[in-house]
Each structure stands twice: as C-alpha cells, then as structure tokens.
Write a protein that binds this ligand. Structure first.
Ligand code: MG
Length: 258
C-alpha cells in the first residue's frame, strides 16, 4: 500500500535528508587510497548520531554497517570492513539511510578513489545523468513507469546496463515502502504520481552485463561479469506544486553537489 505524506511528514523527511547530506559530505572528504570502508562507516555514523538521527541500516535484517560500502563490481550492500582498504583507481559506492523523528531518508553516491580511468568517470557521471532524467518526469500526472523508462533510455543509450533485480522504492516511516521504482520499464505504465508521494530513485548501472549475483556473505550484490557498477540515489517528495523536491540535496540538483 502506498502512503502519501503530509507536508508536516515531508518536513521531517527533509530533516533526515539534510543529515544524510552532511554525512555523505564527510564520507566523501575521507575517501582516499589507504582508507578502510569501516573507517568511512564510522565517520558517517558519527555525523548521523551527532544530529540526533540513527543510521537505519545498522541492524536492519542483521546488516552490521551504518552505511553500505560497495567498491568496483559490488553494486550495493557491501559490508563495511577494516579489511577492505581502498586503492587508487577504484570506485566506491556509499549508500546511507537515516531516520529521525520517525521518518527516513535514503541516499547513495559513487566516488572515485584517487585518480580513476576515464571509463570509470563516465560510468559515474551517467548514473547521475540518468537520475536527473528520472527526476525530470517525476511529477504529478506522470507514472512511475515514466521515471523507469527515462532512466533506462539514458543508461542504455550509453551502452551500459541497468540492474533489474534491485530497484528504487517508496520511503517514509519505513526504509522500503510501496511502490517499487524500477530502473527499467515502459513509459505510461505503473502508479500515477500524486502529491505526497515520497520515493527513493536510485539507478544502479553496470559497465557490462546487468546480471548480478549475491556474494557468500549473503549481502553484497556483484555484477556477474565483474564489470564496474555505479549507484546514484536521492529521496524525492512530490510537493503541492506537483513537482519533485530532492530531500537529500539542500540546494537542489543544480546547487552544491557531492
Ligand atoms: Mg534506496
């Protein structure tokens, strides 16, 4: 069941979103060759808790981290570890969810570690570009399938793959609510977008084949062909004007970015 949020509820999610933005900025500043993904996890957790929020992923279905830290061919749900030391030339996706006053926000970015290849840079930039294409059609009167199709068309236009078995989602009191927001699909299909809809839109894209598998830790999703993957996510609210607001970017998509 889809729950539509009141402006007061959206305000609470906005607060959670701002905290996430601060946490992501702190993580970004700490990313360099030689840092462990556990150190990044600790940095994010400290920022989140210093604002009176709680990292939602910690303990969620047994997940041990405050962030998901997913290098290179890990698409999502990498477990932060002191043993995973980032190296020059890698890319690292960081996915953070936080809850404050009972309302969640969810956000992911993929960052370079030191100097990376032009191919990796391109993959990261297309993940963001595809999010923007989805954002542009996430408005009252359109349907979820319009978002899905806009993302897929963008990503595949560059010859990249779109992961099928993972998707964006509604968000609010729960980290994952209805509806699902796939990153592929048909325009004009799916739930009609209404005021108060809050969704996490999160393209997960691959340089090669889009098939994924689950690692032996039962958490990490990897690309089957071990090609690089990138992830870009923000939490959106559809406001009274019928337009989407990015709750996890205080200055909007054209403002300060991470
Ligand atoms: Mg999400």
């Amino acid at each position: 069941m889809v729950s539509y949020k009141t402006p007061a509820e959206i305000e609470k999610m906005r607060q959670s979103g701002l905290i996430l933005y601060e946490a992501m900025k702190a993580v970004k500043a700490a990313i360099r060759p030689g840092v462990s993904t556990l150190e990044l996890d600790r940095i994010a957790e400290k920022v989140i808790r210093s604002h009176g929020a709680v990292p939602s992923s910690k303990g969620f279905e047994g997940f041990p981290g405050s962030v998901c830290a997913s290098p290179d061919d890990i698409v999502v749900h990498g477990i932060p570890s002191a043993q995973v030391i980032l190296k020059e030339g890698q890319i690292i996706s960081i996915d953070i969810t936080a809850i404050k006053d009972g309302y969640q926000a969810d956000m992911a970015r993929t960052f370079p570690v030191g100097k990376i290849s032009p191919e990796a840079e391109k993959l990261i930039s297309v993940a963001k570009e595809s999010f923007i294409k989805g954002l542009q059609v996430a408005k009252v009167g359109n349907r979820i399938g319009d978002i899905s199709n806009a993302i897929q068309t963008c990503v595949e236009g560059y010859g990249y793959g779109v992961v099928r078995s993972l998707c964006g989602h509604g968000i609010g009191k729960e980290m994952h609510e209805d509806p699902e927001v796939p990153n592929f699909g048909k325009a004009g299909h799916g739930l009609r977008i209404r005021e108060g809809l809050c969704i996490a839109v999160e393209p997960m894209i691959t340089k090669g084949d889009w098939h994924v598998y689950v690692a032996s830790d039962d958490w990490a999703f990897l690309t089957r062909d071990h090609s690089l993957s990138a992830h870009y996510e923000n939490t959106l609210a559809i406001n009274e004007d019928g337009q989407p607001e990015i709750l996890t970017m205080p200055s909007g998509i054209d403002g300060e970015d991470l």
